[in-house]
Design a protein around this ligand. Structure first.
Ligand code: SAM
Length: 327
């Protein structure tokens, strides 16, 4: 690690590396430079092999293919910052006195795995990213318990919902970022990044591929379009799903490979024809640079990109963390 690279980062649930690209910096998006932040990823992991393959095509370090439940913290290198967007669909709140977090199926446990690693490794900072719905899950009962668990691991916590479209990303994606510091003074110095493009967001028009670059398979058939015209969605189609070209896109999810013209997922209407976004357009909507390689099948690309943390948002958050650490 060079003198410039001061902070070692370990990444959990790394996916295709959106969060990792953002926490390191050193990329360009829509003509703007996001310089290196003085951080270096020293560890990355995910249990979805095809998704780790995308990661490994893009970064010189390797994303380990491992299930976090089998990961021993002593096998991870020492690090200053731990990052991870833990999957979380299934928390329940166990009615005890005091109430505590339980889980309805296996996926909810993964949060505790992140806490386990924090307790064992005690990095100076952690960053967790998750869907906004985490704040209201179980009628708002889950989130304070999650914060309590992080506090029990030894951290001072701040959290905020950030809208990617406020940070130069052409997407209205709202996600909660939870940042924890071991040092109280650094915690007090830390502030979430102020919006930079709230009043003037980047429109989809900036990222749409030229017609000749888009393969025919991305277009919906005339039959599907006629079928949609006969449904109750017909009147709202233009407002709700076919995206305004002069505004940021609605949130892209992990299942865009299966998008149908009748679903609520965003689609495009260009020159009178409806089509789905291409994987490259989804990558741009998520603020990945065009140099980011999309290897593997389209289905895997859509899944990995739709699940990713927007690199540009993560870059802004990491920059603020480093400022707080350095006083
Ligand atoms: C929200 S995505 C992470 C996206 C990533 N942070 C990014 O920015 O590209 C969550 C990831 O957790 C992974 N995952 C789910 N359960 C896991 C487990 N038990 N062990 C390891 N990874 C797991 C999934 O494969 C998925 O890639």
């Amino acid at each position: 690690m060079t003198a410039k690279m001061k902070y070692k980062v370990a990444s959990l649930f790394s996916g295709c590396g959106g969060m990792d690209l953002g926490s390191e910096g050193g990329f360009e998006f829509l003509g703007k430079k996001y310089p290196e932040l003085g951080t270096k990823i020293v560890y990355a992991m995910d249990f979805d092999k095809p998704i780790t393959d995308i990661y490994n095509s893009n970064f010189s370090r390797k994303c380990e293919h491992v299930d976090i439940r089998k990961l021993k913290s002593e096998d991870m290198p020492e690090h200053d910052i731990l990052t991870g967007g833990f999957p979380c669909q299934s928390f329940s709140v166990v009615a005890q006195n005091p109430k505590r977090l339980g889980y309805k199926d296996d996926r909810g446990k993964l949060f505790f795995e992140m806490c386990r690693i924090l307790k064992d490794k005690q990095p100076s900072v952690f960053v967790a990213e998750n869907v906004k719905g985490l704040l209201s899950a179980n009628e708002g009962e889950t989130f304070p318990l999650i914060l309590k668990e992080f506090e029990k691991a030894g951290y001072w916590i701040k959290y905020k919902i950030l809208n990617a479209s406020h940070y130069g990303v052409p997407q209205k994606r709202e996600r909660v970022f939870i940042v924890g510091f071991r040092d109280q003074a650094a915690f007090e110095r830390f502030e979430f990044p102020v919006p930079v493009t709230e009043a003037d967001p980047v429109p989809i028009a900036k990222i749409v591929q030229a017609c000749e670059e888009v393969e025919e398979k991305h277009f919906f058939s005339q039959k599907a379009v006629m079928g949609m015209a006969n449904t109750k969605h017909a009147k709202t189609m233009n407002k709700g799903r076919a995206q305004e070209l002069n505004a940021p896109c609605n949130t892209v999810g992990a299942h865009l490979a299966k998008v149908s013209i009748n679903s609520t997922d965003p689609v495009l209407k260009i020159n009178g024809r409806y089509r789905m976004f291409t994987p490259r357009e989804v990558a741009r909507i998520q603020s990945f640079p065009d140099t980011f390689l999309l290897t593997g099948s389209r289905t895997v690309n859509y899944k990995a990109l739709g699940n990713a943390v927007a690199p540009v948002v993560m870059w802004h958050v990491t920059k603020k963390i480093i400022q707080a650490l350095e006083g």
